[in-house]
Design a protein around this ligand. Structure first.
Ligand SMILES: Cc1cc2nc3c(=O)[nH]c(=O)nc-3n(C[C@H](O)[C@H](O)[C@H](O)COP(=O)(O)OP(=O)(O)OC[C@H]3O[C@@H](n4cnc5c(N)ncnc54)[C@H](O)[C@@H]3O)c2cc1C
Length: 319
């Protein structure tokens, strides 16, 4: 037990995961967050484990692998909101096994006879998926049960908090731009939620076109259909044509999607950075950063939190 006092900024998936990991390692943690978990970008995510639009990268792979393993363990707890689902991913060019194949259980190539002719190949694998509302609440409850506390407030200067604590970890997503990171930008994402239907089981992805990622994510509570990737767009308006286009693209992966009842359409903004900033601050040695995960905040969450623990020298945490 280190007993070190830690302030974590942010209550999205990065902040909550970091706060839980720090608490498990024996720190006394307080979360300060401008918004409650249900109001964050994280609450809007499809929350499937998947290295979206990501070129092969060993650092990313190590973080994604750790996250896969932890979420897989959590899926054994029915209250976590995490479940393992079969994902079928279609590829327009056959480049062999996906570069993250070693992370995924049960990975198998889909027989060519079962792959629609417009695709070159497909792979099937088991991946973790989170019902975001349930999972964020689960993390918050685990954090509070471990003795953590939560304060709702907007912070102007993370380094300014170092006078009142030993360590600060800033997990503010796009909010970190206000702290001076010009390398952060937004990528607008539209997702639809549909009622569950037995005709649509499992998850499907065609991630070949970075401008039009297409995915169907079966969760315990609903089915999420996506998506879009519009860098720099900040409008929250969603046109009927955009909804129809998402349904049309998804139905090309699983025909039964066309008959689903869409219950709402939402816009979220991925916090994009050349690479996530998981690092010690250059000027303040007790300030650490964990933000800028783009379309992979859930996929990287436990790996990045563990990296913060290592950088801050507070040992390890196992859930
Ligand atoms: C539609 C959509 C679908 C997605 N699907 C997936 C997916 O399937 N899989 C996946 O891995 N990722 C997905 N993502 C990406 C993922 O949602 C993000 O990478 C992730 O949510 C980022 O989490 P975060 O905790 O870093 O940031 P956020 O969730 O944005 O949380 C930031 C926190 O910081 C707080 N904050 C900000 N500024 C301040 C301040 N000044 N003071 C105090 N607190 C502050 C906020 O209130 C909030 O609590 C998706 C994203 C979108 C938009």
């Amino acid at each position: 037990m280190t007993g070190r006092r830690v302030i974590v900024l942010g209550a999205g998936v990065s902040g909550l995961t970091t706060a839980v990991a720090m608490s498990l390692a024996g720190c006394r943690v307080v979360i300060h967050s401008a918004e409650a978990p249900a109001q964050t970008t994280s609450a809007l995510a499809a929350a499937i484990w998947h290295p979206f639009y990501q070129a092969p990268d060993l650092v990313y792979l190590a973080r994604a692998r750790q996250t896969y393993a932890t979420l897989h363990r959590l899926s054994a707890d029915a209250t976590s909101g995490v479940s393992m689902r079969t994902l079928t991913e279609y590829f327009r060019h056959d480049a062999g096994m996906p570069w993250w194949a070693e992370c995924a259980d049960g990975l198998a190539r889909v027989p060519a006879t079962d792959v629609p002719s417009r695709f070159a190949s497909a792979y099937r694998m088991d991946v973790p998926v989170a019902d975001t509302g349930t999972y964020l609440r689960y993390l918050m409850n685990m954090f509070l049960d471990l003795g953590g506390s939560y304060v709702q407030r907007r912070v102007e200067d993370p380094a300014g908090l170092l006078d009142e604590t030993d360590v600060v970890v800033s997990c503010c997503g796009y909010g970190s731009r206000e702290f001076g990171d010009d390398g952060l930008s937004l990528s607008r994402a539209v997702v639809l939620r549909a009622n569950r239907d037995d005709a649509v089981r499992g998850c499907y992805i065609d991630d070949s076109d970075p401008a039009a990622p297409t995915y169907i994510v079966e969760r315990n509570d609903d089915i999420v259909l996506g998506g879009t990737a519009d860098p720099g767009l900040t409008s929250t308006m969603i046109g009927e044509q955009q909804i129809a286009d998402i349904v049309h693209r998804c139905a090309r992966l699983c025909e039964a999607v066309a008959a689903l009842q869409i219950v709402d359409a939402r816009v979220g903004f991925r916090p994009v950075r050349r690479a996530p900033r998981v690092a010690q601050d250059e000027r303040h040695s007790r300030l650490f950063h964990n933000y800028g995960h783009g379309g992979g905040g859930f996929t990287l969450s436990w790996g990045c939190a563990n990296e913060v623990l290592r950088l801050a020298g507070v040992g390890t945490a196992r859930v």
